[in-house]
Ligand binder design. Structure first.
Ligand SMILES: NC(=O)c1ccc[n+]([C@@H]2O[C@H](COP(=O)([O-])OP(=O)(O)OC[C@H]3O[C@@H](n4cnc5c(N)ncnc54)[C@H](O)[C@@H]3O)[C@@H](O)[C@H]2O)c1
Length: 480
């Protein structure tokens, strides 16, 4: 049995502590995800000496292959953020772990977000300029390389297009937009300006997903013919988000930026003007994987859903959708559901073939293993190659106080765990791919054209729910 492969350093994921000293003294895992020992080995192998105190501020950049190279001043990327709410702050945290990323500016219309994010960046020795309006930021900041857009979906196109037109590369969060017309404009602007546009479907850069889909399912056909996919994102019921009252935005400012009220501003996901509802918000990550696995976009969709539980929310609080795909092996179907009144099962994706199934989730405890059908070819050769780990046998018998229950007939097959782990925050590899694309020209893992195809498959579900009719996709609909 081969050892687990851990991408990104020590197996245990390390959280950034809000203390500047740990990072600058090189006490933590280094920001390229290698252990400090590996980092030093790599620098030594490259013939470089490292003064410990300079480990993070110093002139070194680690490549993904664990090699060290000198960061020339031109390798430093000056990055700005537009939107530093929940997700913007997660991306900021990731950027603080990546060598050579200078957080030059932070823009957000909400003082609460601006203050929190800029304070966080300062704890790591960064000193971003802070702005309320992105137009002021673009006018004032003269030497930016890239912008990370993590605002609500409805303003992605405005922010992304402005930055691209300003000559900047952009990493924009999913969903590209809540309107396909606006999403299309983003693809067109990226093409015209010849700037990079990465969309934040971060599973596309996750080594666990790449191993599962590209290596096991596509290349080695571990599951045989995959005809069925199932994915879900179930969340417990939750109230609308509130806000600290001393950070209430005044009505003129809300109005200036297009928000009707503080409640809409905080809960934009539930309103048609600003978002696409749970199916778009959560489904976009997982429906994207269906196309990746089936190597095609869907040809039809039927869906059902409604605003059945909550009051004062515009978007469907539950949706179930079935897609049909033409794959190189024949027809396949995928069933997806998003629920906001139960956390049953959480979120994960399953791909089912005639020789086996694979369960995967961004949270590995929820899925990171395969099941083998009894008739399938022997999987031990895959184990010997290190592609999967040895089968963990299922529980065969259960003993209770009075009865002896034999559950052999119903017990599911044993799990064959996947060997790849990611010891970095889930979004970091996707950002690294973006920065590598800027620095070294590597291909983006989720360029705007690809994300647009997913946006079509996802945003159209709301139409299928509304019309209660079979939706037929034309292949040309997915292209800009
Ligand atoms: N990839 C992922 O896993 C993931 C996870 C969560 C959210 N997201 C995406 O990230 C984006 C942000 O989501 P969130 O959860 O952080 O929302 P949020 O409401 O927590 O944060 C949005 C931030 O944008 C700011 N903002 C709003 N309008 C603005 C404007 N016109 N100019 C500047 N700032 C503005 C708000 O003040 C707020 O700070 C969304 O597109 C969402 O779909 C992605």
């Amino acid at each position: 049995m081969k050892k687990k492969i851990t991408i990104g350093g020590e197996k245990k994921e390390e959280k950034i502590k809000v203390e500047s000293s740990a990072r600058s003294q090189g006490k933590t895992e280094n920001t390229a995800g290698l252990s400090r020992r590996d980092f030093l080995k790599a620098t030594a192998a490259a013939g470089l000496s490292v003064a410990t105190g300079k480990l993070f501020g110093g002139p070194l950049l680690l490549t993904d292959e664990g090699k060290a190279k000198v960061v020339m001043p031109s390798d430093e990327l000056r990055v700005a953020f537009i939107g530093v709410g929940e997700q913007g702050r997660i991306l900021l945290d990731c950027c603080l772990r990546i060598p050579g990323i200078k957080i030059a500016a932070i823009c957000d219309i909400w003082e609460y977000s601006r203050t929190y994010a800029s304070g966080y960046a300062k704890k790591y020795g960064q000193s971003p300029n802070v702005y309320e309006d992105y137009r002021d930021m673009l006018n004032s900041e003269k030497d930016l390389d890239a912008v990370i857009v993590a605002t609500p979906d409805w303003v992605h196109a405005e922010h992304t297009n402005a930055c691209l037109n300003h000559g900047l590369h952009v990493y924009c969060e999913k969903e590209m937009s809540n309107s396909l017309e606006k999403a299309r404009s983003m693809v067109e602007t990226a093409r015209r300006t010849k700037k990079l546009l990465q969309i934040g479907h971060q599973r596309r850069s996750n080594p666990r997903y790449i191993h599962a889909i590209e290596k096991l399912i596509h290349e080695r056909q571990l599951l045989g013919r995959v005809m069925i996919a199932y994915a879900q994102w179930n969340r417990a019921k939750a109230d609308m988000l509130g806000w600290p009252k001393k950070f209430t935005i005044d009505p003129q400012t809300l109005h200036k930026y297009g928000y009707g009220s503080m409640e809409e501003f905080r809960n934009w996901r539930w309103f048609r003007k600003y978002g696409g509802g749970p199916i778009v918000d959560l489904g976009s990550h997982q429906i994207d994987l269906f196309s990746w696995v089936f190597r095609n976009n869907p040809k039809t969709a039927v869906a059902s859903g409604g605003v059945d539980y909550y009051r004062n929310r515009e978007w469907y609080d539950n949706v179930m959708v079935i897609y049909e795909y033409d794959t190189p092996e024949g027809v396949a179907r995928a069933f997806y559901q998003v629920q906001t009144t139960t956390s049953h099962g959480g979120f994960y994706e399953t791909f089912m073939g005639d020789n086996g199934s694979l369960v995967i989730s961004e949270v590995p405890q929820k899925g990171n293993w395969a099941y083998r059908e009894a008739h399938a070819p022997d999987w031990e050769p895959f184990v010997r190659e290190g592609l999967i780990l040895s089968e963990a046998p299922p529980i065969q018998k259960v003993e209770t106080r009075n009865v002896f229950v034999d559950v052999r007939v119903t017990a599911e097959a044993g799990r064959w765990p996947l060997p790849v782990e990611l010891a970095k925050p889930a979004h970091q590899p996707h950002l690294e791919n973006f920065f590598d694309a800027i620095r070294r020209g590597v291909p983006l893992n989720c360029p705007a054209e690809l994300a647009y195809e997913t946006a079509v498959a996802v945003l159209k579900v709301n139409e299928a729910v509304r019309t209660k009719s079979l939706l037929r996709f034309r292949p040309e609909e997915f292209k800009v």
